[in-house]
Design a protein around this ligand. Sequence first.
Ligand code: TXA
Ligand code: MG
Length: 364
Amino acid sequence: METQTLATNTARRLTAAVKAAAGALADGQPVALPTETVYGLAADALRPDAVVHIYEAKERPLFDPLIVHLPSRDWLDRVANIPDGSRAIVEALMARFWPGPLTLVLPRRSIVPDIVTSGLETVAVRMSAHPVFRAVIEHFGLPLAAPSANRFGRISPTTVEHVQSELEGRIPLIVDGGPTEHGVESTILKIEGGELQMLRAGPVTPEDLGGVFHALCEARNYRPTETEVAYFFERLGVSFSAMLRGESSVSVEAPGQLASHYAPQTPLRLIAPGVSVLIYDQENEVPARLGSLAFQEPSTAAEFVCEEILSPAGDLREAAATLFAKMRRLDEAGLDMILAEQVPERGLGIAIMDRLRKAAAQHV
Ligand code: TXA
Ligand code: MG
């Protein structure tokens, strides 16, 4: 199959690309589209025969459910069955973070095919803020199932070149929207019985969500006790006592997200900043070809063939935005091992550390 890539960098090209993408989607074809997090591989979410192409192109196992992207907020109640007790929190989260990088897992309605939810009784929904994605989905008019546009188990694509190297020849159309803004996948929040659980760390941080919690309490003239605040953060996977100390120690997991989800082919090891390591290639008795993925400053830990720095300014947002591209570049450099330096585990650092741990878990 020949894969066409369409540009959107002039008004005329954008119009043509949107029309072509909506047309292919209406034909039941999968189309790669930019979102504000990573590129997604989209298909008509309400048509199992269209959604199956996503699983085929990605070689994704059918037990791993897809995120449904909505054309507008009023679609939410058509795909999800929001329990009365959860209405207020869902409305508050939507008002604050949609469109944007927050996915909500809610009880599903039967309009959503089983192949999208992998037979689960819940559906993951989000509304992308990317202008190109929005233009396509508004033109198309129906929800789009869209996982990240990479082959299963590989690094999510943040540029059109990444999508091409993952899916060229497997899908008919890619729409180029330039490099993505956040660079890591959306935060996933499960809402059940009025309680929140963070399934995946992402651009919307526990601190951001805490702001919504406090605003909801304030609107009701209610002052939460320390225990209630602690409980709220615990449901997000954050230790409240650690937050009070100014560190947020976090553990999050998404079911269907295998530990090895964000894996480069090259073994990757996490190291503390400033730790000294020397690694030998035992077969050939020579120092191994090492690559470095450092946070702010060139690492002095070892001799590196190849070095990438996530953010010289120490900005976690910039670090997240370039993380996957730099991981890919190191992966393509023919290294024996990548040494990745830990980043501070606060704000977007939580999502970065989550992805680095998963990349490291691949090779233990
Ligand atoms: O930023 C993003 O979320 C990107 C862009 C393209 O929207 N999408 C994305 O999709 O990262 P994907 O499929 O690569 O990751 C979605 C994750 C998977 O780990 C899946 O298991 C989980 O969401 N998921 C989907 N539906 C779920 C459900 N009903 N319950 C729990 N987890 C679910
Ligand atoms: Mg993915």
